[in-house]
Structure formats: C-alpha cells, structure tokens
Design a protein around this ligand. Structure first.
Ligand code: GAP
Length: 445
C-alpha cells in the first residue's frame, strides 16, 4: 500500500517524531520540531554520516563554523548576486509561486484565472538580519544559506593546523537558512534546515576521478543504511540548471542523488555532488586579499585546489529513511500492523524490555536489570502500559528492532527471556547471561 503524506505526518505527530513548530499558536509555516524519537533518528542519520565520511577516513577532518559570517563572504561566494529564485504573484488570489516550477505562466495554478500572474522577478533567498542595536546597512548580516562557505574561509586554518596533503576534505554539519518561496512536502523543503556538507580539496587533474568516486561512495551510503535501491537514482544536472559555482568549463558539473518519495510525482534531490573547481577559493582570495593556495612540497608550486562537494540535507535524508522504512503488513486475516523497518543503526530505540505481568515485582525487577544493562550500550526502553501484544505493535510502529520479554518462566524456571525480531516477528529463547551479547551482536553495537 502506498504511503500518503497525511499518514506519515500523522504517525510522526502521534509517536513523537515530528511536531509542527509553535503548534499552540496555530503553527508557523513550514517549520517543524523533532520530538523525542525524531531527534534520535536524525542524530543517528548525522552520526552515520559523520562516521562514514570523517571517522572512517584518513583524508577527512571535521569543522563547526558559525552561522553568522562577515557579509563579504556572501559577496565573494556569489550568493548576494546570484542566489535568486524567480517569483511570480497572482494578482487575483495573491498566491506566490516559483516561476521555474510552473509549466504554464498564463494560468494561476491556485485560482485558475488566466493572465493574472505577474512577470517573474528575482527574489534573493538569504535571510537578512542586523548585528548589534543599530539597524542600518553597515550592520547587515545574513543567516548562512549553506554551510560550505564556513569551510572555504577556514581552508588555510585547517590545512596549516592538520598539515593534510592533497587530496583531503573538511566535513561539517549545521543549520542553513533559505527564505524559500514555496516550502512544503513536510520536512522536505523548509526555510531552516540542516546540511551535511563536505568540501574535498584536490589537484585539478584529479577532480574528475574524485568527483565520480564521491558520487559512488555517497550513493552506496544510502544503500548501506537500507534505502530501497529501486527508489534511489542519480541524475546529472543539465547545463542550464547548474549552480553558479559549477558552471565553469573546468567543472564536471553536478550529479544529484534522488529518492522517489511516495507522495511526489518525480524523484527528488537528497544530495548534490558538485565539482566547484577553484571557484570559491579564488573568489575568497580576491575578496579578502589573502592567499588561499596550497603549497605542494613535491612540485614546489603553489596551487589553488579544486573542490568536490558532496552536499546532503540531514532533514531530507531523515525523511527518506523514515518513509522508506514504513510498511503496513497483514499479520493474519483482518489484522494489520504498521512497522518501521529501520536499519538498526538508525532506529531511535534499539530494544524494549517488556514484562508479561507488570504486577509481579520479581518480573519487573528483572526487566529493569536488563534494561539498565542494555542502556550502557544503546538506547533501550521499558514499557508496561499495555498488554504484550499491544506493546509489540507500539514498538513495531516506532521501529524498535528487538523486544525482550520477561515472563513467569524466566523467574521460576529457566532464567531465560524471549527475544522478538521486529521484521520476522520470530521469537527466540535466550538465557539471561547471553541477552547482552546476543543483542549487541545482532545490532552490531
Ligand atoms: N553547498 C551546496 C548546496 O547548498 P544545495 O543543492 O542548494 O547545495 C544541498 O543544497 C542539500 O541541502 C540539498 O540536496 C538538500 O538535501 C538540502 N536542502 C537544500 N535546500 C533545502 C531546504 N529548503 N529544505 C531542506 N533541505 C534543503
């Protein structure tokens, strides 16, 4: 059964994955808050990314740069001059659209009137603010529209302190802000979002090969974390749609990793992998008057490295993992279950420890002992607020890979528990002293 947008939004609210921002005031357009389970899921996505692109590689280091930066950064980066979307308004119903998202500029898609749309005008997507108490032009600052620029301006600092040799990369996770004209599709397009970006510096002649290597590596990352292969695709950009930093003759362009969300007509971008050539370092050298080069001790030359940029959205990846994990299954005639089949690394809670009889202190005590022990290694929870069947279904619906049930037999006969697998619903009897190693082994944690 195909998942509808309303269904995932409702599950997210009901189970505490995502809430509407400022809900008690009627909400705030296209802003969302991650609830107790959502924050764990998104953290797991970011940690899986960081682990794969920083901790497991010798050629990568991390960074956490500030959101507010010198306004010259955005002049140099080209964002002030070119980070625009074409905007059209309907003079009749006042709806707003991105002109490049409309097939026909003659008819308003909202009210259906002909000839009521204005001529497209360019609208800069950066949020403007003022630094300090005086609101004048000399105090203007921008909320960063990409985390990338924090990496470029720190290129020399990082290279000097780490002594990394080309090729090497810098990774960063952080909030970015864009005053999108048409946000929507739940957390897919919002005005405040989190990016996971890499700027990978290399010799110009190595850029085409490394571009392809990063496309392959990033595509594989989604598959390794369980995304359905048939829904994941690669799409090289057409020349006309390339961002300003990937338009030079030297660039090998941009390839997007796309996912077919069930509630969208076409595959949509999760991540773009661009060859930015030497655009950014050259621009910052020009605007700051500082050297942004790399000294190659082998060839005794100063070069401006080229940059391969795999740039992913943490919110989009989280949404993709969430909808991809969603399944509705008929367990037996007339009995269906909703189950989120997350990869164990992404599941917000890894194990739930459940008593068969919550009135038996001896059973409950064993549950707490097991749960306390498991919590040292991964998120685990105790629940006794319903019958065992209902508790299993609740854990299925939030994607908990294993449930551990303590029963009368545990305390009176065999010192063993039942461990239930979320996906197969198979149960296994495991002796108490093996529970931890059994689960750590299964979860690889
Ligand atoms: N530094 C390059 C850059 O920012 P981008 O394609 O504009 O490139 C990269 O953005 C990723 O950031 C996108 O693939 C998407 O996952 C995420 N992203 C961009 N705009 C977004 C928005 N309005 N809401 C949520 N995620 C967004």
């Amino acid at each position: 059964m195909a998942l509808k947008m309303e269904e995932i939004v409702s599950l997210c609210k009901r189970r505490g994955f995502v809430f509407q921002s400022s809900e008690i005031y009627g909400g705030f357009a296209s802003c969302w808050d991650y609830g107790p389970l959502g924050v764990e899921l998104k953290r797991n996505v970011k940690e899986a990314w960081w682990n794969s692109v920083v901790q497991q590689r010798d050629d990568m280091v991390g960074l956490d740069s500030s959101i507010l930066m010198h306004p010259k950064v955005w002049e140099a980066s080209g964002h002030l001059a070119t980070f625009h979307d074409p905007l059209v308004d309907c003079k009749f119903c006042k709806a707003r659209f991105r002109a490049d998202h409309l097939k026909n500029l003659e008819v308003c898609p909202n009210c259906g009137n002909k000839g009521t749309l204005t001529e497209p005008r360019q609208f800069n997507l950066m949020f403007k603010t003022f630094v300090g108490p005086v609101e004048d032009d000399s105090n203007i600052a921008y909320l960063r529209p990409e985390t990338a620029q924090g990496i470029f301006v720190n290129f020399v600092n990082v290279q000097n302190t780490t002594r990394k040799k080309l090729p090497f990369g810098i990774a960063q996770i952080g909030k970015s802000f864009r005053n999108e004209i048409t946000p929507g599709n739940f957390t897919f397009r919002t005005r405040e979002f989190e990016q996971m970006e890499i700027e990978y510096f290399c010799r110009p002649e190595d850029a085409p090969r490394l571009h392809q290597e990063w496309i392959d590596a990033r595509y594989q990352w989604y598959l390794d974390l369980g995304i359905t292969k048939e829904k994941l695709s690669l799409r090289p950009h057409d020349k006309e749609e390339l961002a300003h930093y990937a338009q030079s003759e030297e660039s090998t362009g941009t390839t997007d990793i796309e996912y077919q969300f069930p509630f969208m007509d076409e595959p949509a971008e999760l991540e773009g992998i661009a060859n930015r050539a030497d655009f950014d370092l050259s621009q910052h050298a020009k605007f700051s008057g500082q050297k942004m080069t790399y000294f190659d001790t082998k060839t005794n030359e100063h070069i401006t490295p080229y940059v391969i940029e795999p740039s992913a959205g943490a919110d989009r990846a989280t949404l993709a993992f969430l909808v991809d994990a969603w399944n509705q299954e008929e367990v037996k005639p007339g009995d269906t279950r909703t189950v989120l089949k997350f990869h164990p690394k992404l599941a917000p809670i890894k194990t739930a420890v459940l008593p068969l009889l919550k009135k038996r202190d001896d059973i409950v005590n064993v549950c707490h002992q097991i749960n306390d022990d498991l919590k040292k290694y991964f998120p685990s929870t105790y629940d006794d607020t319903a019958s065992i069947g209902k508790l299993y279904r609740r854990q299925d619906e939030i994607g908990t890979p294993y449930c551990v049930t303590v029963d009368v037999q545990t305390v009176e006969e065999d010192n063993a528990v039942t461990i239930r697998d979320r996906d197969t619903m198979q149960q296994e009897r495991v002796s108490l002293d093996q529970v931890k190693s059994y689960l750590r082994d299964k979860l690889d944690m």
